[in-house]
Design a protein around this ligand. Structure first.
Ligand code: C2E
Ligand code: CA
Ligand code: CA
Ligand code: CA
Length: 278
């Protein structure tokens, strides 16, 4: 056992160092990225199962690093959260997404929702609602065209989450619970909080064909949501079989590679224009 302990020390020590320096590297670089405008939003359509219309877009953060290329949020969101950089970054995301949604409306495209991901740290800031209100006013976007995606972990501080949610409801923006079913929180918040939508996580949608338990989870989430008068969107829909199952169980909306990957602004705008003509 002693021998093994020694080995694992040797194995893990360099990794740890690597991780720590990576973190500092990312933090420094992220600061620069925000200042230099290297952050970008990609957009992925949300589709009505009933009629195939685009009913929303999810804004997904990308980092255009000069040497590393396109960096995905999984590689930097955690560091941004730890360092607090997520707050200015998140504000930039909200501002950019709301402005873009209003811009599409100005171009004569059918009005749709814009879904924006929030980290707990951002959502639980004291002046969060005021910041959202300011952005809506400044961009001219009507509040019901903004949907904020929060995760179950944001709900753990029930008291603070509850008052912010009440303020946001008052303001008229929509709230979706992202990655639903993957967190550790209890379900009691579902009846206490003013929510609009549950978003079924990709981990349940994936493998539905092979996995009876995934099918059971998905159909149960949909049924429960409907009993609670919440709407449901499924993410990560990649196949016709998955879509058929969701349709059969009356899931209202879907999002996933079956329709489109997240696309940069020019490509998603073309996609919307082509869809409109159909
Ligand atoms: P999420 O909110 O659960 O977003 C869904 C992720 O699944 C996205 O990854 C999306 O590109 C990917 N995806 C969508 N459809 C499919 C599909 O059919 N198949 C597969 N295999 N993947 C699909 P992405 O863009 O890399 O984002 C990862 C996570 O980063 C997001 O997970 C979200 O939690 C976080 N994130 C992204 N943008 C922001 C942001 O602006 N703020 C915050 N706080 N977090 C963000
Ligand atoms: Ca999301
Ligand atoms: Ca997810
Ligand atoms: Ca997520």
């Amino acid at each position: 056992a002693k021998e093994r302990g020694k080995n694992s020390y040797h194995m893990y020590a360099p990794d740890l160092q690597q991780i720590t320096s990576d973190k500092m590297f990312i933090q420094n670089e992220l600061n620069r990225a925000l200042a230099l405008g290297e952050l970008d939003l990609y957009y992925q359509p949300q589709i009505s199962v009933g009629n195939g219309d685009i009913v929303g877009m999810e804004a997904l953060l990308r980092w255009n690093h000069p040497e590393r290329g396109l960096v995905s949020p999984d590689q930097f969101i955690a560091v941004a959260e730890e360092t607090g950089l997520i707050v200015p970054i998140g504000e930039w995301v909200l501002q950019t997404a709301c402005k873009q949604n209003k811009e599409w409306q100005n171009q004569g495209l059918p009005p749709i929702r814009m879904a924006v991901n929030l980290s707990a740290r951002q959502f639980l800031k004291k002046d969060f609602t005021q910041m959202v209100a300011d952005i809506l006013e400044q961009t001219g976007l009507a509040p019901h065209y903004l949907e904020l995606e929060i995760t179950e972990s944001t709900m753990i501080d029930v008291h603070r989450a509850c008052s912010t949610l009440a303020e946001l409801k008052q303001l008229g923006v929509h709230i979706a619970i992202d990655d639903f079913g993957t967190g550790y929180s209890s379900l009691s918040y579902l009846k206490e909080f003013p929510l609009n939508r549950l978003k079924i996580d990709r981990s349940f949608v994936r493998d539905m064909k092979q996995s009876p338990s995934n099918r059971a989870i998905v159909s149960t989430i949909i049924a429960m949501a409907h009993h609670l008068e919440l709407r449901v969107i499924a993410e990560g829909v990649e196949t016709d079989d998955e879509l058929a199952f969701l349709q059969e169980h009356l899931c209202e909306e879907v999002q996933g590679y079956l329709f489109s990957k997240p696309l940069p602004l020019d490509e998603i705008t073309t996609y919307m224009q082509q869809r409109k003509q159909k």
